[in-house]
Design a protein around this ligand. Sequence first.
Ligand SMILES: Cc1ncc(C[n+]2csc(CCOP(=O)(O)OP(=O)(O)O)c2C)c(N)n1
Ligand SMILES: [Mg+2]
Length: 585
Amino acid sequence: MTIKRQRMSPSEALVETLASYGVRDVFGIVGSAFMDALDIFPAAGIRFVPVAHEQGAAHMADGYARVSGRHGVCIAQNGPGVTNFVTGIAAAYWAHSPVVFITPETGSMTMGLGGFQETEQLPIFSRITRYQGHVNSPARMAEIAGRCFDRALLELGPAQLNIPRDFFYGETETSIPVPTRIGRGAGDGAALDAAAQLLADARFPVLLAGGGVILGEATAETVALAELLGAPVCNSYLHNDSFPASHPLWAGPLGYQGSKAAMKLISQADVVLALGTRLGPFGTLPQHGLDYWPQAARVIQVDSDARVLGLVKPISVGIHADARAAAAALIERLGSQPRAADASRDQRLGRIAAEKRAWEEELEGWTHERDPFSLEVARDSKYMHPRQTLRELERAMPESAMVSTDIGNICSVANSYLRFERPRSMLAAMSFGNCGYAFPVVCGAKVAAPERPAIAYVGDGAWGLSLNELLTCARERLGVTVVVFNNCQWGAEKKNHVDFYSRRFQAVNLVNPSWSGVARAFGCEGVTVERLADVGPALRAAVRAQGEGRTTVLEMMVTQELGDPFRRDALSKPVRHLEKYRAYG
Ligand SMILES: Cc1ncc(C[n+]2csc(CCOP(=O)(O)OP(=O)(O)O)c2C)c(N)n1
Ligand SMILES: [Mg+2]
């Protein structure tokens, strides 16, 4: 369906299309390339959120989309503004975020002549987008813009809208598209029958709730299905918000720094229902010395992207479907069927509770790391243990908080200390794993949901990549809270030096200014926390300040101890063949 044809300029066609798709906020840095459209944003009810760096704009659009379920939109100047998007768009691609990024490019009449701010803008993004729309005539502005919005939601990922900058001008006769929403449905009937049969015959079924449960708004159906089966539910890696943590069937997250209870429970499964997860290879790596993936189990995988079904793990049944509709269809089939797991329901519930209790007790006693390096560096430090700091933050975490986490050792250990009751709450840097993700993402989340507390966990190294967006917070009176773990090191990488390179530390020690002082210089609040007793009160005060549009940096002074590494799987002990490098073996 479209809105009737009218005479308008291509800029008007673009802005009318944005309005038609419900766009209220666009992130970016002002640029001549799109000024003709920007000029009329206010009249269309669109807020332009000016940022410090275009990477920040792309991350903000990602955070905005992840929290709202609506499109996140960003725009940049042709050439350098657009290339600054690359990392943010790659991150959004792996977070499955419907981001529409608008990339004006050099004018059509000089393209290829090597003018100002010229680069081919489609190839750069070709492997990190779900769809690329190129406006090849000003008359097609609205049509192609609308398609980008439709595709971003249909395929759950970034869509690029590329526009030669001279195509904003002129006159066209055009109609404005309206959103086309295409339901995916419950999937193939025979596959659902087979899956229901497997689940009915299962003695120890386990659910694995992934990002698709969040994106597909399938929480209620997932809870109902788990309750019907009396099955424990694990969160897939970094999707701790895919199942309510207070539910007795919740087992916790799998993967790096995940829950031992979840790992032990899934290792006993004879049938796994992987709901809305691609079963990414990093997310099921052994952890805590547990190689927990149940090799012999029958796996049912449900995903809205057919290409990930059976891609990483062998599966018995693949269902190309919407997580919510598929879960509902399975409930319907299973409700009227005898279920083998019913006989052992009480026993299983007891087992789930016992595993969770054991893991809680272990976490409670795990106040600090116990490897020789960590013991050494913590012995003479007056600062806080990272794990205890994370626990205190968890205790003070406000209800309905949105928490973004960066890539780093402490942010990863945080995986054990982040629990959520509602979806769209955990905004971790997903598989792309770029340092500098968490802060701009939480800024975007706050624009989408100003009423929710917004908290970013960031290592001090990653903070250096992203702190420029404090400018945006101060200028736009955006109130978020940043917890910076100051351990004066690129800790996650230092851990590899400890484990593999005989502590030959290179480029991993950091000399930092006072991060709280830096925050104040930006016009934000800054607090340095050195004592555990101050962690909770500091977080609560910072969250209160969000209500007044004030951003606070909480600089947590922590020891240099280091938890388990990211990539034990991908590193080897160094082997040197040349004499001059022998000492480096
Ligand atoms: C953009 C980018 N650059 C480099 C890396 C490699 N890297 C992964 S973790 C890490 C260290 C993070 O240090 P910090 O943010 O201080 O957190 P910590 O590990 O100390 O808790 C680095 C450099 C990366 N993931 N992303
Ligand atoms: Mg650090």
